[in-house]
Design a protein around this ligand. Structure first.
Ligand SMILES: *Cc1c(COP(=O)(O)O)cnc(C)c1O
Length: 335
């Protein structure tokens, strides 16, 4: 089993008019930094505030008539996408999350009418609960990343980006379970085999990065981060996103909490965009000088905007922020 361009083209028809057609806009500031056009794919403008609606909607809408309801584990945005799509279809949805998930994300999911279960302190525990409910309540489980329908839905972002800017030479993709990076890589490399797809993730808990290095899926300790949407492992029984990311990603680059904060500030003060930490890791790696030079236009996906605005305000004010048990000391923008 794998995912092809044909699957992604089919997904595009399923999500049309609901979860597609976000803008791809230049960032003048970032373009000056790299000396090439630097483009932002604004998935923060999706109706649920994150790209995950694409994959979730494709997976929910293609379930057979006989399905009673759906269940998933989530770091927040996948659950919101599943809840939104299930409501559109008039279907029951149960979303399992750990207590690492910010309250703002939990509230957003409840508001869509889904049932919420908060279980344990890791994404792993949420995943086990989701699996259990799938068995005892006869619900269909929708993985946040390791599902061909989900990967195909996320891949529509790659199609759109290359239609909007066929001259893109590289795409910087926030990376966690790898559904987004796998989908974009399949789509973009089918259209332009020479394009570079670079996954970016946070230093602590970089499951896909470590797995690719050792050659098989491994577990990593889960740590609180400004990029909370990048938390969680890739699953020891990973079937799809591990081999696709291993084979198609040109590189995986890591960023730290300071670099993520800096990029959130740059995106807000220079481009006036409110985005969550996971969204800005492409900017963070670029601003930190962690990427090689570019010889043409570069795009990144601003994956979502679902964050606690009180924390956002503290970051913009240059105040200290508490991340789990760790205090990120204040300031940075312009340093
Ligand atoms: C889920 C998510 C990601 C990472 O996507 P994967 O498919 O898990 O790699 C990045 N940013 C945001 C905002 C997300 O919700």
């Amino acid at each position: 089993m794998t995912v092809t361009l044909a699957d992604i083209l089919a997904a595009r028809r399923v999500i049309r008019g609901v979860a597609d057609a976000t803008p791809l806009v230049p960032s003048p500031y970032m373009s000056k930094v790299i000396g090439q056009d630097f483009l932002l794919k604004l998935e923060n403008m999706q109706p649920i505030g994150a790209f995950k609606l694409r994959g979730a909607m494709n997976a929910v809408m293609t379930q057979p008539e006989t399905v009673q309801g759906v269940v998933c584990c989530s770091t927040g945005n996948h659950g919101r996408g599943v809840a939104y799509a299930a409501a559109l279809r008039g279907m029951r949805a149960v979303i399992c999350m750990s207590n690492l998930v910010p309250q703002a994300k939990i509230d957003g999911i409840r508001a869509l009418g889904a049932e919420v279960r908060i279980i344990g302190t890791t994404q792993d525990e949420a995943m086990h609960e989701s699996r259990r409910l799938c068995e005892v309540e006869g619900l269909v489980e929708i993985s946040p990343f390791d599902d061909p329908a989900v990967i195909s839905g996320q891949g529509t972002i790659g199609l759109e980006m290359l239609e909007q800017r066929p001259d893109l030479t590289a795409i910087l993709v926030p990376l966690s379970g790898g559904g987004l990076a796998a989908g974009i890589a399949v789509a973009a490399k089918a259209i332009n085999p020479g394009i570079r797809i670079i996954g970016i993730t946070m230093e602590e808990g970089a499951a896909m990065y470590r797995s690719i290095r050792v050659g098989h899926p491994v577990e990593v300790a889960e740590v609180a981060s400004l990029a909370d949407s990048l938390g969680g492992g890739i699953g020891l029984a990973n079937r799809l996103t591990f081999p696709i990311c291993r084979d198609l990603l040109d590189d995986v680059v890591l960023v730290n909490e300071d670099e993520i904060r800096h990029a959130m500030q740059v995106l807000f003060f220079e481009d006036r965009i409110v985005a969550e930490g996971a969204s800005v890791v492409g900017l963070a790696a670029t601003l930190a000088g962690k990427l090689p030079g570019f010889d043409g236009p570069v795009g990144t996906v601003i994956t979502g905007r679902n964050l606690d605005m009180a924390i956002f305000n503290r970051i913009m004010a240059g105040e200290d922020v508490q991340i789990g048990t760790y205090t990120l000391k204040g300031k940075t923008y312009g340093a």
